[in-house]
Design a protein around this ligand. Structure first.
Ligand SMILES: NC(=O)c1ccc[n+]([C@@H]2O[C@H](COP(=O)([O-])OP(=O)(O)OC[C@H]3O[C@@H](n4cnc5c(N)ncnc54)[C@H](OP(=O)(O)O)[C@@H]3O)[C@@H](O)[C@H]2O)c1
Length: 280
C-alpha cells in the first residue's frame, strides 16, 4: 500500500476505533474517522457512516486505500450489511481491509465468521484481529466496570475460568501496523495480554490498586442470563451468558505472542492497565 494512503476507520468513536485513529495519526497517516454522527475524533477528518444506511457508504469510501472494520454493534449476523460493503469498498479502490473479530470466532463461524471467511477473496491485502476480552471492560463503559464502580462486585458465570485479557491500546497498535505496514499481513491473529487471569485475580488486582475492596461474585449461567436480560434483548443476554460458561470450561485460558511479534513490544499487563486507569 502507498505510504500516504488514506485509512477509513469505522467505529472511530469506540474503544478500539478511537485508539486506531490516534495510532495512525501518530504514524502520520491521513485518517477518516467514521461514525453515525460524524463526531470529531482526534485530528482525523470526520465522516458520517451508518452500516444500515448504504447511502453513507460511497462518500466514506471515496479516496480510501485501507479500511478498519468494526462490526455493527449487537448484530447477530453482521455479514448481512458488511459483505455488500466489502464489495463496494473493493470497487471503490480499497486495497486493504482489517477486520475486528473475536478470539472465539473462527473463519466461517457465527457472527463475524462469514466476513472473516470472505475477506481474503475480496481484498489482496487483509488481516483479521481476534482479540480476547478487553481490559477496558473492567475500567471503561461496560457492565463489569459499572459493577465495580456501583457495587464493588464483578458478576460472571466464568467460575475459575481464565482469560488472556488485552488492553485496547495493544489491539490498536496491531491494527495500525496491519493497516499501514508496506507488507500486507494476510493472516489472522489471536490477540491476548501477557497472562491469563480469572475474575478472582482481576478483583484482587483492582482492590490492591484502588484500595477499595472489589469481589468476584460467581453466578450460574442462568442467573447471569436473567440479569443481562433486564437490560438487553434476551437473545443477546443468552449469547453473553453462554460465552461466560465457555470461559468457565477453559476456552479462553491461553496467551499468544502476537502483539509482541507485530509491534515489537510486549503487551500491557492488567496490573499496569489498572494503575493507569486508577489515576485518571
Ligand atoms: N469487549 C470485549 O471484550 C471484546 C472482545 C473481543 C471482541 N470484541 C468485539 O469488539 C467489537 C466492538 O469494538 P469496540 O469495542 O472497538 O467498539 P465500541 O466501543 O463498542 O463502539 C462501537 C462503535 O461502532 C459505532 N457504531 C455503532 N452502531 C453503528 C452503526 N449502525 N453504523 C456505524 N457505526 C456504528 C459507534 O459509533 P457511533 O455510535 O458514534 O456511531 C462506535 O464507534 C464487537 O464486535 C465485539 O464483538 C469485544
Amino acid at each position: 500500500m502507498p505510504e500516504n494512503g488514506t485509512v477509513l476507520v469505522t467505529g472511530a468513536t469506540g474503544t478500539t476505533g478511537s485508539r486506531v485513529v490516534a495510532a495512525l495519526a501518530r504514524a502520520g497517516r491521513p485518517v477518516r474517522a467514521a461514525s453515525r454522527a460524524a463526531r470529531p475524533v482526534g485530528g482525523a477528518e470526520p465522516v458520517a457512516f451508518d452500516w444500515y444506511d448504504p447511502a453513507t457508504h460511497d462518500a466514506a469510501l471515496d479516496g480510501t486505500e485501507a479500511v478498519y472494520l468494526v462490526p455493527p454493534v449487537g448484530a447477530s449476523d453482521p455479514g448481512e450489511v458488511m459483505l455488500p460493503f466489502l464489495d463496494r469498498a473493493r470497487r471503490a479502490g480499497v486495497r486493504r481491509a482489517v477486520l475486528l473479530s473475536s478470539s472465539l470466532v473462527e473463519s466461517g463461524g457465527p457472527a463475524t465468521g462469514p466476513v472473516h471467511e470472505a475477506l481474503p477473496g475480496v481484498f489482496g491485502e487483509w488481516a483479521v484481529l481476534r482479540p480476547s476480552w478487553f481490559m477496558q471492560n473492567l475500567t471503561g463503559q461496560h457492565p463489569h466496570a459499572e459493577g465495580i464502580r456501583d457495587e464493588g462486585a464483578i458478576v460472571t458465570a466464568t467460575g475459575n475460568g481464565r482469560i488472556g485479557f488485552i488492553d485496547a491500546d495493544d489491539i490498536a497498535a496491531v491494527a495500525a501496523r496491519a493497516l499501514a505496514d508496506p507488507e500486507p499481513p494476510n493472516t489472522d491473529w489471536i490477540l491476548t495480554g501477557p497472562e491469563a487471569l480469572s475474575y478472582d485475580d482481576i478483583a484482587r488486582t483492582v482492590s490492591e490498586v484502588t484500595g477499595r475492596e472489589v469481589r468476584h461474585r460467581p453466578v450460574s449461567g442462568r442467573e447471569l442470563r436473567e440479569r443481562y436480560a433486564r437490560e438487553m434483548p434476551d437473545a443477546w443476554a443468552a449469547f453473553l451468558a453462554d460465552l461466560d460458561q465457555r470461559i468457565a470450561e477453559g476456552v479462553e485460558d491461553r496467551v499468544t505472542d502476537a502483539v509482541a511479534r507485530v509491534t515489537g513490544r510486549p503487551p500491557r499487563s492488567f496490573a499496569e492497565h489498572a494503575r493507569t486507569y486508577a489515576t485518571l
